[in-house]
Ligand binder design. Structure first.
Ligand code: HBI
Ligand code: FE
Length: 273
């Protein structure tokens, strides 16, 4: 059954936000969340970076089912000044970046169908909240994502969005990080997928390459299969520092260079064991 929030009788708001209508979720929808959540807790225990697991715990979204954004926002706001806002689905790039630039994370409010537990191509609330919200309480990652939103607005004006979108893909969505305990995952696209959480760390097939900003911005990606290449950061500080400069000169350099295929490894790449 669908809820009033997604079929508002009023004209859509210019920022695409809607009400989450938390009271409208059914027991079956809460049950599906709990099932996804407990399954993923086991998988991520020794695979997700400790900052992600700490964020999950701090948000207190473990036990009860689909989180109420009002409660989530109390914690988020106190931690880093971020909030989540409800949107009906994918929103236009400019709207998406405008939210990020103002420390608002647009989150969908529908949950996948029971036959989609293992795979769904579009973002649902499990991906958006379980996958994305935990790192929003991390001060450095919180700043990185806001800076990305500001950079997105600029990339749109400069016609370089395809370059910048790859940075989001290979970090925020599918990033790995090197820690004292070995490789860990932090990307939300991985963290919200049981299969890819295991594959990205345990499978010998994918390339795991050291983070390289310009290289990433040349690399195509697949949205319909596990990644063939992951990029590994050393720390969130490294990520934030590398993306702090003005990208306009980078975009001019990249304009003359060919794209790199998702599976390709270059002689200049540094593989992470
Ligand atoms: N909308 N709701 C939503 N979630 C996204 O992740 C998203 C979006 N709109 C555009 C968009 N992502 C892309 O522009 C970026 O990932 C580059
Ligand atoms: Fe996402």
């Amino acid at each position: 059954m669908k809820r009033a929030g997604s079929a508002s009788p009023e004209a859509p708001r210019p920022d695409w936000t809607i009400e989450q209508d938390w009271d409208g979720f059914t027991p079956a929808e809460h049950g599906l969340w709990r099932r996804l959540f407990s399954r993923q807790a086991r998988v991520l225990a020794r695979r997700a970076v400790s900052e992600f697991l700490a964020g999950l715990e701090r948000l207190g979204i473990a036990a009860e089912g689909i989180p109420d954004f009002r409660r989530l926002n109390d914690v988020l706001d106190r931690a880093t000044g971020w909030r989540v806002v409800a949107v009906p689905g994918l929103v236009p790039d400019e709207v998406f970046f405008e939210h990020l630039a103002n420390r608002r994370f647009p989150a969908t409010c529908f949950i996948r169908r029971p036959d989609q537990v293992d795979y769904i191509e579009e973002p649902d609330i499990f991906h958006d909240i379980y996958g994305h919200a935990p790192l929003l309480v991390h001060p450095v990652f919180a700043d990185y994502l806001q800076t990305y939103g500001q950079g997105g607005l600029k990339a749109l004006r400069l016609g370089s969005l395809s370059n910048l979108a790859r940075l989001y893909w290979y970090t925020v969505e599918f990033g790995l990080i090197h820690t004292a305990d070995g490789l860990r995952l932090y990307g939300s696209g991985i963290a919200s997928s049981k299969g890819e959480s295991i594959y990205c760390l345990d499978d010998p097939r994918p390339n795991r390459l050291a983070f390289d900003l310009l290289r990433i911005m040349r690399t195509n990606y697949r949205i319909d299969a596990y990644q063939e290449t992951y990029f590994v950061i050393d720390s969130f500080d490294q990520l934030f520092e590398a993306t702090r400069p003005d990208f306009a000169p980078y975009y001019r350099m990249l304009a003359g260079l060919p794209d790199i295929a998702p599976a390709e490894v270059l002689p200049t790449d540094r593989a992470i064991p």
